[in-house]
Design a protein around this ligand. Structure first.
Ligand code: C5P
Length: 326
C-alpha cells in the first residue's frame, strides 16, 4: 500500500471514451440491368445507383479488445446484433487488415433504412463501420484500400461509401460517379414483409430459364440518355427511363407490390419502380409537395407498412466529395 490517506479514495476523473459518428445512405437503383448468372454465382450488372437522404446513423465508441453492436430504431428488431452483423464484420475486417488485436469498438446503429427492403441498408451500416473504425482508431487507410475491402464485404458496399449517383458495373462494385443536377424527390413505400436478395436473383434465373425474363447482353453500352437527363436535372425524362430487370421476379414473389406501384402512379408520381431486389417501391415525383401527396395516399394501403419521403442525391459514408466528412 502506498501512504495515501485512509478515507474513501478520491474518484479519478474517467477519461472520456473516444467516439466518432458516421452516417450512410439508402440507395435506389435508377436502372438495374442484370446479365445471366456467372460462374462465380453472381450476376454481372449495369446499374445506376442513387443515394437518398434516408439513412442510418452510427456512433462508434472506443472499447479496446472487443467489437460489439446494438441496433435501435423502428426496424431494429429484424437485425441480429451478433457476429453475423455486417457492421461487426466490417469493423473486424478493418482491425485485422489495417489495425491491431487490441483495437475494439462498440457500434450503436440508429436504423432508418428498411431491412430486407432492396435499399442496401446492411451495406450502408457496413460502409459506416468501415469509415468509423478507420477514424476511431486513427488508421492511415487510403480510399483505394477501403473500396477494395468494401467490395469484399458486399456488392453494394462500395457505393454506400461513395454516395451521390454512380454507374455500377461488375457485381455492382465497379463505380463511376455521375453528375446529378438539382434534387430528385422521392416517395418510398415500405412493404409489409421483406424479400431476400438471393431469393429474388434465384427467381430471376428461373424466369430466364423459362424465357419470361431476358438477361442483359454482356456488351451493353452506357445508359447515355439517362446520364444526360441526370446531368440536366430533368426529372421527367429520368422518370421515363427508370428500369429494373429484377422487378418481375420481385412481383412474382410478392404480387401485392403491383397494387402499390399502381396506387403511387395514380396519386401523381412521375414513375414508380421496385427498388433493387425489393420490396420497397420508390416513386419519383416532380417536387417535394408531390412526393408528400403520393406518400399520404400510399400510407393507408394494406400492403404498405411505412412511407417516407426522401431527396437525392445524398452523400455516402465517406462524406460529401471534396467537403468535410460528417
Ligand atoms: O454481394 P452481396 O453479399 O450483397 O450479395 C448477396 C446475394 O445477392 C449474393 O449471394 C447473390 O445471390 C446475389 N447477387 C447476385 N449478383 C450480384 C449481386 C448479388 O447474384 N451482382
Amino acid at each position: 500500500m502506498s501512504g495515501a490517506s485512509r478515507g474513501a479514495p478520491t474518484p479519478r476523473p474517467r477519461p472520456e471514451a473516444r467516439r466518432v459518428r458516421v452516417g450512410a445512405p439508402a440507395k435506389i437503383n435508377l436502372t438495374l440491368r442484370v446479365a445471366a448468372r456467372g460462374e462465380d454465382g453472381y450476376h454481372r450488372l449495369s446499374t445506376v445507383f442513387h443515394a437518398v437522404s434516408l439513412g442510418d446513423r452510427m456512433r462508434l465508441t472506443d472499447r479496446p479488445g472487443r467489437i460489439s453492436v446494438v441496433t435501435r430504431g423502428e426496424h431494429a428488431r429484424h437485425v441480429a446484433d451478433d457476429e453475423t452483423n455486417l457492421a461487426v464484420r466490417a469493423a473486424r475486417a478493418v482491425r485485422d487488415r489495417f489495425g491491431g488485436p487490441r483495437m475494439g469498438a462498440h457500434l450503436e446503429i440508429e436504423k432508418d433504412i428498411p431491412v430486407a427492403g432492396g435499399m442496401a441498408g446492411g451495406s450502408a451500416d457496413c460502409a459506416a463501420a468501415l469509415v468509423g473504425a478507420v477514424r476511431l482508431w486513427g488508421l492511415d487507410v487510403g480510399d483505394a484500400e477501403l473500396f477494395e475491402l468494401a467490395a469484399e464485404l458486399g456488392s453494394d458496399v462500395p457505393f454506400a461509401l461513395l454516395g451521390g449517383t454512380a454507374l455500377g458495373a461488375g457485381r455492382g462494385e465497379r463505380l463511376e460517379p455521375l453528375e446529378c443536377a438539382g434534387t430528385l424527390h422521392w416517395a418510398l413505400a415500405v412493404a409489409r414483409r421483406g424479400l431476400s436478395t438471393p431469393t429474388v436473383y434465384h427467381r430471376f434465373d428461373e424466369r430466364v430459364a423459362a424465357g419470361t425474363s431476358t438477361p442483359m447482353d454482356a456488351g451493353r453500352g452506357r445508359p447515355g440518355e439517362l446520364i444526360g437527363a441526370l446531368a440536366r436535372g430533368d426529372a421527367a425524362t429520368v422518370a421515363g427511363l427508370l428500369v429494373n430487370d429484377l422487378q418481375p421476379a420481385a412481383l412474382d414473389l410478392y404480387p401485392g407490390l403491383a397494387a402499390t406501384l399502381e396506387l403511387g402512379r395514380a396519386a401523381g408520381a412521375l414513375a414508380g419502380i421496385v427498388s433493387g431486389s425489393g420490396p420497397t417501391c420508390a416513386f419519383l415525383c416532380a417536387d417535394g409537395d408531390a412526393a408528400r401527396a403520393v406518400a399520404a395516399v400510399l400510407g393507408p394501403s394494406p400492403e404498405v407498412t411505412a412511407v417516407r419521403t426522401a431527396t437525392g442525391a445524398a452523400p455516402g459514408a465517406l462524406g460529401p466529395v471534396g467537403g468535410d466528412p460528417r
